[in-house]
Design a protein around this ligand. Structure first.
Ligand code: FES
Ligand SMILES: [Fe+2]
Length: 414
């Protein structure tokens, strides 16, 4: 349970909010590279953290992300002409380059000084892992792009999709770190050997975010010390998860606004091109990926059709939900909580320990950031981590071993 005040603090992401300010310290996925592949091609609408923007690739192949509203009389730049190194508003022909500079203002008489005075909001962009990322924070605090493993492998080693969820980022994100739902919500869809309800929950703050560990006590073997099987899921600030799976996986919960979240889902391998079998598993929509209505980010199974719930399937013993696909099942329950879950009326149990700890940690990060402290994850090398699963003697505290278990350099050296 949270107070209304804390719930607002964690969920609101618009400009000027504490969480919005914290998120704006990081690089944020805006659009797929392939959506604006061609120089001078059609611009694309982008909504991020409650801001309406337009992305375009200019004549020289550089990507721009500018305010959707023309600073002249606020017409949409989406309808603009993308030509000769800039986007030109079709209302009166004002034209802006990727840095937001006004480079032509044909509607004013010669000698006008207006062109020098006017500009459009523009955010810097770079492309990594087939995605255009942007930085929406203060220019002087812009970090280097983090060493996020899935963005550093060749395109053949990764499969990335995205779909929109009609709910606040936090309840989608919390779903990603809620391990106790696996045995229920995803029952019949995932391997049940990894989905029994865990008995231990740890959340360890790190220099990149945190690691959420869930442990299952293993049956004691003879006189050996009792062991715990740990799943260590990595959270990278401000909204990334690296999934412990084979091939590896990742999620990014990008707030579109307070009521919508763009979920990027990734399967990748650090060391080999994804095999046909692996790709088939990714594209089989019972996975974390969803099959979308062509040309949109909306899954075919969505709120408007009750996620194509099949009650016969639900009672058949083969599927707990009667909905097909991990991504759809998550989407259904997370959206069913409303646009912003009302955390003042929850009843949390022991199995929500991780969620409680994660909220506390996020609130602490907000407080620290507001007080002027540098938030975690801004050192690009701090992202060199992977999720892990391992057995360890019961006597060793999770916090004492997790650093070495998730560090990529150490894992690769083993
Ligand atoms: S509104 Fe864009 S040029 Fe006039
Ligand atoms: Fe899930």
């Amino acid at each position: 349970m949270l107070s209304q005040e804390d719930n607002d603090l964690l969920t609101r992401v618009g400009a000027g909010t504490p969480m919005g300010a914290l998120m704006r310290r990081y690089w944020i996925p805006a659009v797929f590279t392939h959506q604006i592949e061609k120089p001078d091609g059609p611009p694309v609408r982008v909504r991020l953290l409650g801001e309406n923007l337009v992305a375009f690739r200019d004549t020289q192949g550089r990507v721009g992300l500018i305010d959707e509203r023309c600073p002249h009389r606020t017409a949409s730049m989406f309808y603009g002409r993308n030509e000769d190194c800039g986007l030109r508003c079709v209302y009166h022909g004002w034209k802006f380059d990727i840095e937001g500079k006004c480079v032509d203002l044909p509607s004013e008489p010669p000698g006008s000084t207006l062109q020098r005075k006017v500009s459009i909001k523009a955010y810097p962009c770079l492309e990594r892992g087939g995605v255009v990322w942007t930085y929406m924070g203060p220019a002087e605090s812009r970090p280097e792009f983090p060493e996020l493993e899935w963005t550093m492998v060749p395109p053949s080693h990764r499969y990335v999709t995205r779909h929109i969820q009609e709910c606040n980022w936090l309840q989608a994100f919390e779903g990603g770190f809620d391990t106790s739902h696996l045995a229920f919500l995803h029952g019949g869809t995932i391997d049940m050997s990894v989905s029994s309800v865990p008995s231990r929950y740890e959340v360890v703050p790190t220099d990149f975010g945190f690691v959420a560990g869930t442990g299952r006590d293993l049956p004691k073997q003879g006189s050996n010390e009792a062991e715990v099987f740990w799943s260590a899921n990595v959270m990278l600030m401000p909204f990334h998860k690296i999934i412990a799976s084979e091939p590896a996986g990742a999620h990014v919960w990008v707030p579109v606004d307070d009521h919508h979240t763009m979920l990027y889902s990734v399967d990748f391998s650090p060391d080999h091109p994804l095999t046909e079998v692996e790709l088939k598993m990714s594209k089989d929509y019972h996975s974390i990926h969803t099959e979308n209505i062509p040309g949109t980010d909306t899954a075919i199974a969505n709120k408007s059709n009750e996620y194509m719930l099949d009650r016969d399937l639900q009672t058949s013993g083969k599927s707990y939900t009667g909905m097909r696909g991990l991504g759809i099942q998550d989407c259904a329950v997370q959206e069913s909580m409303g646009y912003v879950a009302d955390r003042t009326i929850e009843h949390l149990g022991v199995s929500d320990t991780a969620i409680i700890k994660i909220r506390r940690l996020l609130l602490q990060s907000l407080k620290d950031h507001t007080a002027g402290k540098t938030p975690p994850g801004l050192d690009p090398r701090s992202y060199r981590v992977r999720s892990a699963r391992f057995k360890a003697p019961e006597g060793i505290a999770f916090a004492d071993q997790v650093g070495a278990r998730v560090a990529i350099d150490k894992a690769a050296a083993e």
